[in-house]
Ligand binder design. Sequence first.
Ligand SMILES: Cc1ncc(COP(=O)(O)O)c(C=O)c1O
Length: 429
Amino acid sequence: MKSYKRSEELLERELKVSPLAAQTFSKSYRYFCRGEAPSFMERGEGCYIYDVDGNRFIDYMCALGPITVGYNDPMVNGAVIKQVGKFAAGSLQSECEALLAEKLCEIIPCAESVRFVKNGSDATTAAVRLARAYTGREAVLMSGYHGMNDWSIGASENNRGVPKAVCELTKNFRYNDLSDLEEKLREREVAAVILEPIQSNGPKDGYLEGVKSLAHKYGAVLIFDEVVSGFHYALGGAQEMFGVTPDLVAFGKGMANGYPISAVAGKRELLSQIEQGVFISTTFGGESVSMAAALATISILERPGFYDHINKIGKMMRDGIVRLIDKHRLGDVVSVSGLDAHSGLAFDGKGSLSYLDVQSVYSQTMIDRGVLVFALYFLNGSHTEKEAEVYLDATDEAFTNIRRALELDSVEPLLRGGKVDPVFKRNIK
Ligand SMILES: Cc1ncc(COP(=O)(O)O)c(C=O)c1O
């Protein structure tokens, strides 16, 4: 059995001085079985991470998206170290900034112009502000998660602390349902339609084209939130993959293999409003170390076959999950969603077990087997068939344990520590 002694000590200490002891909700200890999972990471190497107790895991969380090439990549490290020797944030721009803006305009179909910020939330917020300034309208329609800022989190169920007046400006529309979008576009004048272009099992045929033409028919700017889809499925994002070019796009997460950088990009006439005072400006927007990391990362992502490899490994895993759900007759409590490159499981309850009971059995087993994964997996360029086989073997065992819990109608004989207890829970069982 693995020991998590040092992780627990640090967790106890940090909890006294920092809520959740993690700066991202879904990286906190509450997303794992307390006492039976690591909380603190010592280092990463390719697709492996080592925790502070010396345990090694295959990492299928990839920092929730940023790690696209693999941890501790020598080429990215080399570029970073070279730039660290010069400056990080400077009084003037770095050469990297000009080169990276050019590079994004070369590889992203909608990008004629680019503005850099830091988090995905900054990029989606900048895109929405540009759309509002351009159209002179205020309302926004969104589909997906777009970060922590008021305009978007206000329209979610987690909107405590957001003024009501702000909440009312944004409404959700249903993915893959054009008539729902059109109905909402008719209700009031909309500045922006923003969506994650890849959700659940991806867009139905013609859906993204339909969203684009409806947005334009009603005078709204179309924004793709590619903070997750960007750099994960294809170099040019979902817009390249599905051949639909939005007016604006937000990128973040995977651009620099873990270094903090994001960007809003798109039509020049929209971005050029910044020159007329539409306010998108941050102290660290031009921070050069992350830009050097982004240039090195993209040069690796550009290598022939990079995305074929990711998609091949992902297909092996997704197909394997589908087979295992069938083998263990778990179709009523475990489902799979996502495209090959980024996919995974959703859990439901049954009998007296809640979905979190089922997820806890899954999580404990995967961690026991040395696989760090949430419900969904992220892949980076260093995952191979070998790690995919370990993942599938562990999943086989996790499903055996879930079947057993269902038969016992209890998880108590199976769980050794706490249960998965996320801050945000689904209402359904
Ligand atoms: C689709 C999407 N957009 C925006 C964001 C916000 O990015 P960040 O957390 O970097 O602000 C996220 C974060 O998970 C995301 O998944």
